[in-house]
Design a protein around this ligand. Structure first.
Ligand code: TEU
Ligand code: CA
Length: 565
């Protein structure tokens, strides 16, 4: 499995309040102890941080807040010594507007690098110069920014400080591949590719149709665009060969069918995808900030479609957290009285499905949303823009903050909670973003000392998965798909069978009677793991957020297990 580190918030080694590479190096033994196979680092290249490093100004330099290239080399060596692979974040849909390529491109329409980016003349209504089309940026407002000198607009699907690169330009593409090879030669083992299915735009840049795509106007013309697979194939062929290169595409708006063009085991250009569908079950057509209640049936339907759609054909990623998402225990579990149980339940789900599980820093100790009350405590450009727009539209403060507290990306970006010391052991200085006030109860040091902690449970799950191939490779019959509280499925591989029961509710559930009604199998076989230590004594009843996995041999399951009942 892969562990994701958000360097800015992991561990600060020099007291400037910002996490850094030497900080990560200090925790390599911890990561090895946990049992991870690979580490994915969010962007570490030079950046003015309009979007926390997703706006790169030099692909060949380490961000000075994070350390030096020597620190990077030490980190890579320290990982490799421990048998852990290193995955970098590849941000090549856009750069920073402070990248020298953009300065050159912006300097004049005649500049040879003008076409590294996407420039178009505007429309005019006789009076004002208007953007070339109606596309919206993810981070609010038009996706086009006027350059006053040339009176042309450049495209930015994210903030105006993140101009989109023009992938139609072969010179730009070869610069990208050259840069990737440079990192591969330094010993990097793979890339997580930021919004990689947005690099190809529909020619002519037609207007988007309202309602045609999920939330962002125009996205049907730039997500999964016409040449994206061709570009990715060309990229794959241009990379220095290595047999175990790992590539993970971040791809919103793909279903399992579309995914197979990217990752089929035949000739798919990527190893796996981060699909986003299951991260959108709490939003409606109003998009990202809508924050509506989610339904377990939707979660099950989406995960099941990926499990069966990819089985034998491609490979899944398994995740409920990352640096863009609220904390999973706050969102899909209960971060108050059932924090421990529900965090373990969610982990059990991830570790009993087919695919590669990803852990986002802090997930393994059950970190929760920050719920900061004041916009002053948030740092994210997306939240700030949403706040400004909503305030301008007259929405009241409390209502705006309700959305940001639930959905804001900073919920996941507060500092890692290591111990009970000042700032949770993250920094000796003033942290760049406030530490979650619950660090005194929730931290690594406390979790290490508690044999019943979420942390130890993760470690057990990781080892369990490594010993039971059925959990990794088995197929996936889902039971009682419409049930609103229970997620139950069976994994089978040859004669091996694993039955998983997950109660997404505070209200206990009698699973014996559901089995009597033939809606689910009986809970029987060898209890491999549960999140209640007396689960064996209560086989028929699931308690609040109870999670169990049973193992059996297919034949013996039918005879022994089910007839006994
Ligand atoms: O995120 C992409 C992104 O914001 C949307 O594609 C996605 O649909 C959204 O998160 C849905 O929940 C990536 C990075 O992960 C993010 O941190 C960057 O801000 C963004 O790209 C721009 O580089
Ligand atoms: Ca630092």
């Amino acid at each position: 499995m892969v562990y994701q580190v958000y360097p800015r918030s992991f561990l600060d080694s020099n007291g400037d309040g910002i996490g850094d590479l030497p900080g990560i190096i200090k925790k390599l033994d911890y990561l090895q102890w946990l049992g991870i196979d690979a580490l994915w680092l969010n962007p570490i290249c030079a950046s003015p941080d309009a979007d926390n490093g997703y706006d790169i100004s030099d692909y060949y330099a380490i961000h000075e807040d994070f350390g030096t290239m020597e620190d990077f080399d030490r980190l890579a060596a320290g990982l490799h010594e421990r048998g852990i692979r290193l995955i970098l974040d590849l941000v090549v849909n856009h750069t920073s507007d402070e990248h020298p390529w953009f300065s050159a491109s912006r300097s004049s329409p005649e500049h040879p690098m003008r076409d590294f980016y996407i420039w178009l003349p505007g429309n005019t209504d006789g009076k004002d110069l208007l953007p070339p089309n109606n596309w919206e940026s993810f981070f609010e407002g038009s996706a086009w920014e006027l350059d006053p000198c040339s009176r042309e607009f450049y495209l930015h699907l994210f903030s105006r400080k993140q101009p989109d690169l023009n992938w139609e330009n072969p010179k730009l593409r070869s610069e990208v591949y050259r840069m990737m090879n440079w990192w591969l030669d330094k010993g990097v083992d793979g890339f997580r590719m930021d919004v990689i299915n947005m690099i190809s735009k529909v020619p002519g840049y037609p207007d988007g149709t309202p309602g045609a795509s999920s939330g962002i106007l125009g996205s049907e013309h730039f997500i999964n665009g016409p040449l994206v697979i061709e570009y990715l194939r060309e990229m794959r062929q241009s990379l220095h060969t290595r047999k175990d290169l790992l590539t993970i595409g971040e791809t919103s708006d793909v279903d399992a069918d579309a995914a197979l063009t990217y990752v089929n085991s035949h000739d798919g250009p990527l190893s796996m995808l981060f699909q986003i569908d299951h991260m959108e079950i709490d939003q409606n057509e109003e998009g990202y900030w809508s924050c509506v209640p989610w339904k377990l049936a939707d979660m099950k339907r989406i995960l099941a479609s990926w499990q069966t759609g990819m089985h034998g054909r491609g490979w899944n990623t398994l995740f409920l957290n990352n640096h863009d998402q609220p904390r999973m225990v706050s969102r899909f579990g209960n971060d108050r009285e059932y924090r421990k149980q529900s965090a373990k339940l969610l982990a059990m789900m991830l570790y009993t499905l087919e695919g590669t599980p990803f852990i986002y820093q802090g997930e393994e100790i059950g970190m929760t949303n920050a719920y900061f009350d004041s916009i002053e405590d948030y740092r994210d450009v997306w939240a700030k823009n949403f706040y400004a727009r909503s305030a301008a539209e007259g929405t009241n403060e409390q209502e705006i903050m309700r959305h940001i507290k639930y959905r804001g990306r900073d919920n996941a970006r507060t500092p890692m909670q290591w111990d009970q010391g000042p700032c949770g052991g993250f920094t000796s200085g003033k942290p760049w973003i406030r530490v979650n006030p619950n660090f005194r109860e929730i931290n690594v040091s406390q979790a290490m000392d508690d044999p019943d902690s979420i942390l130890h449970f993760y470690r057990t799950l990781i080892r369990m998965r490594k010993t039971h191939a059925v959990l990794v490779f088995g197929d996936f019959p889902l039971h009682a798909g419409d049930h609103e509280q229970l997620f139950a499925y069976t994994r089978t591989l040859n004669d091996q069978r694993a039955d998983v029961f997950l109660l997404f509710s505070q209200t206990p559930l009698d699973i014996r009677s559901l089995a009597d009604q033939k809606q689910i199998p009986y809970a029987s076989g060898e209890l491999l793991l549960a999140n209640y230590d007396d689960a064996e004594e209560h086989p028929d009843m699931l308690r609040p957020y109870e999670a169990r996995v049973y193992r059996s041999i297919s034949g013996s399951y039918l005879t022994a297990g089910n007839q006994e009942k």
